[in-house]
Design a protein around this ligand. Sequence first.
Ligand code: ATP
Ligand code: MG
Length: 403
Amino acid sequence: MARILRRAGHEAYFAGGCVRDMLLGLTPKDFDVVTDARPERISELFDRTFQVGAAFGVVQVVLRGVPYEVATYRRDGPYRDGRRPESIEYSNQKEEDVQRRDFTINALLMDPDTGQILDFVEGRADLRAGLIRAVGDPRRRFAEDRLRMLRAARFASRLDFEIEAETAAAIRELAAELTDVSGERIVAEVDAMLSADRPVAGLEMMEALGLGRSALPFLPRTAEGRTEIYRAIDAAFLSSEPEVEDPEDRLAVCWALAFDTHGPDEAEAWMRRLKLSRDRIRRVRQLLSARELLQAPDDHAPVELARWAADPRGSVLRRYARGRGAARAEARLDAWQARWQAQPLPARPVVGGNDLQALGLSPGPEFKRILQEVDDQVLQGRLATREEAMAWLRAHYGPNSRG
Ligand code: ATP
Ligand code: MG
């Protein structure tokens, strides 16, 4: 990777998160390489087939399954309104590239051949001391790009680091201005925090810095209200059961718990404003709509919980129930699962639309309801096989039935 650039007479260094992680003995998620080569040159040097994108002169390359991003040294152009720089200027000097980075621990370079560290910002000392410190004047850097305040909370919580005093003071001072940052960028940082082993750690750090409601303005107004929500998210993920979970499912549970003081429609309006994905909105809505069922499972037909329990993603509702302290519903979900452990469910659905047509019914909106009715019987153990289901259908919907 870097060798190709170096053989072509360019400089190339590992930079940013991967250097930080390697020095901490963690496995980097991906590798950023910086170089004095200009984007056109990078494109020439790397086989086009490896390129998956080239924006702002960043070339993404996947080698032996490891993703790399190669970027030209730059210095950021003027910032406007504390968001993103209006323009990006390329540079020939690595010293300049380092100065534009957010925190000293993210501003280290590593020579890929020798492993030697190039440290222009005393980042290594901060890494050893466990400190998140802005590169340069923290007030200026946060005023330039306010998202950096959230990033400070994310790195501090993930690495279990402290935020250096001046840096923390600047965040507290500017916290209210985070509202200027776009929803997408905030959501990306918050999702990254919520994807940690202990999802609530990042939110607690945000709260401590005064960023809680400025990042997520739909959270309750009072600190007590917000604490309640953090407690719920923590409770949902406290168990150490080795559940294999889809990261999107975990995030949906967190966001649904965060929207606990809102109805589904209100929550959806917020989620749209924050530009959450359509899939996320759907999942969160589904959980929010299950709140009544979880709160009073006995007021609903037992099959409603059974349907959730039988869903491959039933564990999502269980986590959500745990977060909301809905112990009764959680126990019911477990009971269904235990029941099916003893007497496994058949592959569902046991019958389909064709079977209904074979019975002489004509296709229409009724089909869905009838098939659901059969499935409900299956979930409750009243029908166990296709044959039983067909017999039941003949009796209820066949040519000689009452129905
Ligand atoms: P992670 O392991 O979570 O990806 P990372 O340090 O690689 O952490 P990225 O968001 O991938 O974080 O960014 C890569 C690098 O780019 C950072 O290490 C930092 O040097 C720089 N960087 C990213 N975002 C900003 C920003 N808003 N302001 C200044 N520098 C930034
Ligand atoms: Mg990264």
